[in-house]
Design a protein around this ligand. Structure first.
Ligand code: UDP
Ligand code: MG
Length: 313
């Protein structure tokens, strides 16, 4: 029987663990075998205690609980889940019930019927969020698709199901800064995109703020494109040429026409403009340098404090 690993990253989801599991049990197609991997990503509430309880109460099911030593982020939780999974198919799903497990049935069914497809990814057909935020997100996709040779699918989420060989390819990418949308696009394989209706969060609140989303977007740009570095070069070339032309025109004015150019405002604004461009360029280089520095440290993506599982494992 085909085995499906359900990977659930959990950060402060104490109230969602039980309803999530119950919904899965009631929804998932019984013709497949399931393995649940709950990764507690350093929650500050009783998430792990509830995972423990869940494992105790459902000993006949196949459940693993992984407890991180601190919060390492969703990307690391997903990686730990994948590394500890044994299924033929792997599904990533959030613990907050925003993503209904009925779509896992659809994704799994699609993969069983279409041998050529390796990944089925869900995308939100209608985003339930503010106009400003969704237009920023759309701008992000347009821009990164222009700047990166990796093709990013618009609105595709982490809610996806894929075959074991995709999981192995993902694990092989050992980079510290993991931008999973990009990693999925980078490894390639045959992907199918499926619309889904996002639900409201059952309990708790989202861990994304506008600033963390901005940081995440920068991660995407720096991780999957070196075009920003070239922008610095281009800006430099452009301003050098412009200032050369300006210099020549000043010399000609002075020599041929004989007027001194009154220059205070010009000089001040030019200095400000050029220092601005220089600082931006240095900042861009700094973003890449910082990541290179972090990557050279070869730190682990996460630290597991303890791992528990049902007897059925
Ligand atoms: N999550 C995690 N580590 C984090 C932040 C979030 O494992 O540092 C989990 C969280 O518990 C949830 C999923 O990632 O299962 C998605 O998070 P959230 O609901 O906050 O994101 P949103 O749905 O708003 O995009
Ligand atoms: Mg959510």
């Amino acid at each position: 029987m085909t085995k499906v690993s359900i990977i659930v990253p959990c950060y402060n989801e104490e109230k969602n663990i039980f309803p999530f599991f119950e919904l899965c049990k009631n929804t998932l197609n019984p013709n497949f075998e399931y393995e649940y991997i709950f990764v507690n990503d350093g929650s500050k509430d009783n998430t792990f205690l509830n995972i423990k309880k869940l494992i105790k109460d459902n000993n006949s099911d196949n459940i693993i609980g992984i407890n991180f030593s601190r919060n390492f982020g969703k990307e690391s939780a997903i990686l730990a889940g994948i590394k500890n999974s044994t299924g033929d198919l792997i599904s990533l799903i959030d613990a907050d019930l925003q993503q209904h497990p009925k779509y896992i049935n659809q994704m799994v069914e699609y993969l069983s019927l279409n041998e050529e497809t390796d990944i089925v990814a869900c995308y939100q057909n209608r985003r339930k969020e503010g106009k400003i935020l969704s237009s920023f997100k759309s701008m992000f996709y347009n821009l990164i698709n222009k700047m990166s040779s990796t093709k990013f699918e618009k609105n595709a989420s982490d809610f996806r199901t894929f075959r074991r060989q995709v999981a192995e390819a993902l694990v092989d990418l050992d980079e510290y800064h993991r931008f999973s949308k990009g990693l999925f696009a980078w490894v390639g394989f045959e992907a199918h995109y499926m619309p889904y209706e996002v639900e409201e969060r059952l309990h708790g609140k989202t861990s994304w703020s506008f600033s963390s989303l901005t940081k995440y977007a920068i991660e995407g740009f720096v991780g999957f494109s070196t075009v920003p570095l070239r922008i610095a070069t281009l800006l430099g070339i452009f301003t050098s040429i412009a200032s050369l032309i300006y210099m020549i025109s000043i010399i000609i004015k002075k020599l041929v026409i004989g007027i001194d150019v009154a220059g205070y405002a010009t000089i001040v604004s030019l200095i400000l403009l050029l220092s601005g461009i220089q600082l931006i360029s240095m900042g861009i280089i700094g973003e890449y340098l910082a990541r290179t520095y972090m990557e050279t440290k070869k730190r682990p993506h996460y630290i597991i404090k303890n791992k528990i599982e049902t007897d059925n494992k």
